[in-house]
Design a protein around this ligand. Structure first.
Ligand SMILES: C[S@@+](CC[C@H](N)C(=O)[O-])C[C@H]1O[C@@H](n2cnc3c(N)ncnc32)[C@H](O)[C@@H]1O
Length: 225
């Protein structure tokens, strides 16, 4: 069975037991598959196609929604595009909190050029852990790209990341005029309402994405401290 015969970004569920071909670079026990085929890096999380390197405009837009920012906390390493964009945009410190220890290890071993670059950059702190337990300090921006959003979770335990208690902690960890930006695969009226209630207002940034014949519109929610 071909894993990615026609993957829909961050959507279709593939059986975790799928056997992969010789292109696989990393298969972790914590449900991460990181592989490169024909020069394209792919990431599968918990059996769900998360992203690949052919279309990363929403990952870049997430960083752009935070910039300019000197100190940024990022939930979710993935293939590292958001963090790399932050560095390119002048960030001085980017702390990336990633659930998968094996993905962090793969980054440190330079499993892809992008991840290796991040791991080697002195402005980057790669931390293994759950972002839910890592909200501390004072940040110019906090970016959350750890799951598909509240409408379609890859990890059930991440539901709490879209609820008021956690989002309130994020807002409290922002410096004055700091930004909290949340990536979602589709609009969530509940999340928008929660953020608006907590922060007074919320901006919705739509990111149109085309993959072959398919068109998507990812959603970023941005609030200010
Ligand atoms: C879609 S990827 C992030 C993509 C990233 N923005 C990029 O530019 O490549 C989501 C990442 O979040 C991680 N993750 C999932 N739940 C998490 C959590 N609760 N805390 C930290 N990382 C988490 C996944 O293992 C995965 O690496």
């Amino acid at each position: 069975m071909s894993l990615s015969a026609s993957p829909t970004p961050r959507n279709p569920r593939f059986p975790a037991s799928t056997t992969f071909g010789h292109h696989v670079r990393v298969i972790s026990e914590d449900g991460i598959v990181l592989r490169t085929r024909d020069g394209v890096d792919e990431l599968i999380v918990n059996g769900v196609f998360a992203m690949d390197s052919t279309e990363v405009s929403s990952e870049l837009a997430l960083a752009d929604a935070a910039l300019p920012a000197a100190r940024v906390l990022v939930g979710g390493l993935g293939l590292g595009y958001t963090a790399a964009r932050l560095l390119d945009g002048g960030a001085e410190l980017v702390r990336v909190v990633e659930l998968s220890a094996e993905l962090v290890d793969a980054a440190r071993r330079g499993a892809t050029a992008q991840l290796g670059r991040l791991a080697a950059d002195p402005r980057v702190e790669l931390v293994t852990g759950d972002i839910a337990d890592a909200i501390e300090g004072s940040w110019d921006a906090i970016l959350l790209d750890v799951d598909n959003g509240p409408t379609f979770l890859i990890h059930d335990h991440n539901a709490r990341l879209y609820r008021a208690e956690f989002l309130r902690r994020c807002l409290a960890a922002l410096a004055p005029s700091g930004r909290l930006v949340v990536w979602c695969e589709s609009a969530s009226a509940d999340l928008a309402a929660t953020l608006s209630e907590l922060a007074g207002s919320v901006e919705t940034i739509l990111v149109p994405v085309t993959r072959g014949q398919r068109h998507f519109e990812y959603v970023l929610y941005r609030t200010y401290s």
